[in-house]
Ligand binder design. Structure first.
Ligand code: NDP
Ligand code: BG6
Length: 516
């Protein structure tokens, strides 16, 4: 690379606004929860940081008729309620005046043609072309009609082959099994080319998830040990304190495997286990992720002896207060067999990881909100401090804490001061908040900006999502047949069902108490 070439966007972090072309973002489903809670606060914060393109326009689209000014005031409220920084009238005022709303059906081609004319007119008025970024933030039932109408109306093709070619960002869930994911990929790829497609997994936008690559590949002490010779096991936990809340209707059709494991947790597995990419360009990273996902062995679904435990929360105590069980939550049918917790033991059949179990779990209403990756290294030979002694040394463990209390902890052994030689595990901490301050950008800020500037590194490629569904779909089919058979139970506010220990027991491992 010569000095005049731009650095790769991943390396530039968030300072890449100079590359942001004039853009109009169209949000489908703009009256919804995600727009209010995440998308608009993210756009506002990008504005505060002067990262939006100089020419930035936002159009909301939805079935409900909403006046432009009413829409803008709904967004003001959303920022007031959900932004990490308070509403700044001056900055927001500059963005706000370029916001409008258009109503129409998602399956109504005429409405998309009106949208196309509206943007053409805007370009004529500005005297310049605009990149179109379409953000599909509707329920998944209408993803396909939106995509097809973007194609039929000509919106998808506009400025194709130039720097201002259209892009589409699509929310999760990306299909509900392998077949539907393939179908959705086929629909997307019939209208857009793969480089125009940005499949969201907001975990990839989290600072700590990006830091995983830096920890692995920018530090020479870890990578030589990151393999079966030195690593005994890996545990990945994505635990939530919250129950299903008001999302019962959606969640009961989904469950922990579809909602959290297939996407967020498998992405953490892929980033932890992948080989070093040849460069930081999106395709090199995604190639390595796909390879490792494909190397994971098919899972045995047997509830007694297999590689998986699924469970549902019963009522329990959370922070001293009684909370209801899943079946008592609003919108959950009495005969539901949906899991709110899933734990899997993965075997990665490749040169680096053969024989190293990857234990992963995710659940709602667990004891603590804690997402972490814990890499447990093999113990030293028990000659000096273990063998023949009543004291044993603990394994070294590197814990990457994704959230909350973001950081990295290294568990080492040290000598306890005193006249006898006694070892004790001690922790070395790096905490983001202490080193960098606590007001880090939200995942959606990073992801929206990346899509605008055309960096797809932190988005999921079509074959990645299919590789992950290929693993999960046989489990879903098995659970569908079994119904409640084999569905374990755990008390709300606990660390999950006791049955999950079975997955680790044969190797003499235990689940960690995740979190600080
Ligand atoms: P909403 O349920 O709030 O729906 C968004 C908008 O879509 C609604 O305002 C409504 O607008 C329209 N809509 C609702 N139901 C239907 C329907 N049955 N048919 C057609 N249109 C409908 O969704 P969210 O904003 O919560 O989520 C949007 C997307 O983001 C989903 O794919 C979701 O899975 C994903 N997501 C959401 C998260 C969240 O925290 N909310 C987190 C992660 C992902 P109108 O009536 O005006 O057309
Ligand atoms: C979403 C799931 O994708 O991720 C939710 O649909 C879950 O059920 C959420 O609560 C968790 O995200 P975060 O960023 O709060 O860990």
């Amino acid at each position: 690379m010569n000095a005049s070439e731009p650095r790769h966007p991943f390396l530039q972090g968030l300072s890449k606004h100079r590359g942001a072309p004039p853009t109009v973002v169209v949000i489908f489903g703009a009256s919804g929860d995600l727009t209010a809670r995440k998308l608009v606060p993210a756009i506002f914060n990008l504005g505060i940081d002067n990262l939006l393109p100089g020419d930035f326009h936002l159009i909301g689209f939805g079935r409900k008729p909403i006046e432009d000014e009413k829409f803008r005031s709904l967004l003001d409220e959303a920022i007031g309620e959900f932004s990490r920084r308070p509403l700044d009238g001056e900055v927001w005022g500059r963005v706000r005046r370029h916001i409008s709303y258009q109503s129409g059906g998602y399956d109504e081609l005429a409405a998309f043609k009106v949208m196309a004319e509206k943007i053409d007119a805007l370009e004529r008025e500005l005297g310049r072309d605009l990149q179109r970024v379409f953000y599909i933030s509707t329920p998944p039932s209408v993803f396909e009609p939106v995509i097809q109408n973007l194609g039929k109306s000509g919106l998808a093709d506009k400025h194709q082959g130039t720097k201002l070619g259209s892009k589409v960002i699509i929310e999760k869930p990306f299909g509900h099994d392998l077949e539907s994911a393939r179908h959705l990929n086929a629909t997307l790829q019939s209208v857009f080319s793969e480089p125009q497609i940005y499949r969201i997994d907001h975990y990839l936008g989290k600072e700590t998830v990006q830091d995983l690559l830096v920890q692995r590949f920018a530090n020479s002490i870890f990578e030589p040990m990151w393999n079966r010779q030195h690593v005994e096991s890996v545990q990945i936990t994505v635990a939530e304190e919250l129950g299903v809340g008001s999302r019962g209707g959606y969640y009961d059709q989904s469950g922990a495997l579809r909602d959290m494991i297939q996407n967020h947790t498998m992405q953490l597995v892929a980033l932890t286990a992948m080989e070093p990419p040849v460069s930081l360009d999106p395709e090199s990273i995604r190639d390595e992720k796909v390879k490792v996902l494909k190397a994971i062995q098919p899972l045995n679904p047997d509830p007694e002896k297999g590689d998986v435990v699924r469970a549902r929360y019963a009522d329990g105590l959370f922070q001293g207060a009684k909370v209801p069980g899943y079946l008592e939550e609003a919108g959950i049918p009495a005969d539901s067999s949906t899991e709110t917790y899933a734990a899997l033991k993965l075997s990665i059949n490749n040169w680096r990881w053969k024989g190293v179990p990857f234990y992963i779990r995710s659940g709602k209403r667990m004891a603590r909100r804690a997402s972490e990756i814990a890499v447990q290294f093999r113990r030293p030979p028990g000659i000096l401090f273990s063998e023949g002694s009543k004291y044993d040394v603990a394994p070294n463990t590197m814990v990457i804490s994704i959230q909350p209390d973001e950081g990295v902890t290294l568990v080492l052994n040290s000598k306890v001061p005193g006249l006898e030689t006694r070892t004790q595990p001690v922790k070395m901490h790096f905490r983001y908040a202490t080193t960098y301050g606590s007001n880090t950008p939200e995942a959606y800020e990073r992801l929206i900006l990346d899509a605008i500037v055309g960096d797809s590194t932190l988005f999921i490629r079509g074959d990645e999502t299919e590789a992950s569904w290929r693993l999960c779909t046989p489990l879903l089919e098995d659970w569908n047949k079994r119904g409640n058979e084999g569905l374990a139970s755990y008390a709300a506010g606990s660390w999950g069902p006791p049955e999950a220990e079975r997955l680790l027991a044969e190797n003499g491992h235990l689940w960690r108490r995740a979190g600080p």
